[in-house]
Design a protein around this ligand. Structure first.
Ligand code: SF4
Length: 219
């Protein structure tokens, strides 16, 4: 794992590169963010945005989603992967939000994770992006990029999240989550990472191992 000083340098570079970039998902309310995030698993944000533009115009609130049958929702979201499961989970989640939470998306991780189809990652996205709480959602990009660079050294998302929370100042958790996602999409791709154009080669542990060069020591 990288030292505290190197981690600070890496974060400065990522901040310079990606600044205030947020989620690519389009939404107007925490409820819409929650639905879009459930839909985004094993799909792309671009694909989800294409569907939700019309879906949220017709059904902007939890109450208006209750007008839909499972079959109708399946038909509307069938371009995303696992759409049958997602349609069922979304409608079960909507029902719980209306019946147990007075039509409002709950604001704690514990409550969010009781909703069908909502795991820790989705809960953290809603907390951080929807409610501005400090949280790090570890998706496939964050997991891969953080462990390649050496911001974490873990075999699973939960331990990656814990280590990132230890290594990154709390006020940067939410932003750093987006920086790592964008870096994973644009440069540190799963297949063939673009180390040739990456500004982190001096510090990255994966690059040091695969290129045979040594990383920078920051005093
Ligand atoms: S140097 Fe390569 S492996 Fe390391 S963060 Fe950059 S693209 Fe990813």
């Amino acid at each position: 794992m990288l030292t505290a000083k190197v981690i600070q340098r890496v974060l400065e570079i990522l901040e310079r590169q990606y600044g205030n970039t947020g989620t690519a998902l389009r939404f107007r309310t925490p409820f819409q963010l929650l639905v879009a995030t459930i839909m985004a698993a094993q799909s792309t944000d671009k694909q989800v945005n294409k569907i939700t533009e019309k879906l949220f115009a017709e059904h902007p609130t939890p109450e208006s989603f209750l007008e839909l049958s499972v079959e109708e929702l399946e038909e509307k979201i069938k371009q995303v992967g696992l759409y049958r499961n997602k349609a069922r989970n979304i409608l079960a989640t909507v029902k719980m939000i209306v019946e147990e939470f007075g039509g409002e998306v709950p604001r704690t991780r514990q409550e969010l994770m009781r909703l069908p189809g909502v795991g820790r990652k989705t809960a953290n996205v809603v907390l951080s992006v929807g409610f501005n709480h400090d949280a790090i959602a570890v998706d496939t990009h964050v997991f891969r990029v953080a462990n390649r660079i050496g911001l974490a050294q873990a075999n699973d998302p939960l331990n990656t999240e814990k280590q990132l929370m230890e290594n990154i100042p709390r006020e940067k958790w939410s932003a750093a989550h987006h920086w790592l996602i964008w870096h994973g999409r644009r440069i540190c791709r799963a297949q063939n990472p673009r180390c040739d154009i990456c500004p982190l080669t001096e510090y990255c542990e994966y690059y040091r191992k695969t290129s045979g060069t040594s990383t920078q020591v920051v005093d």
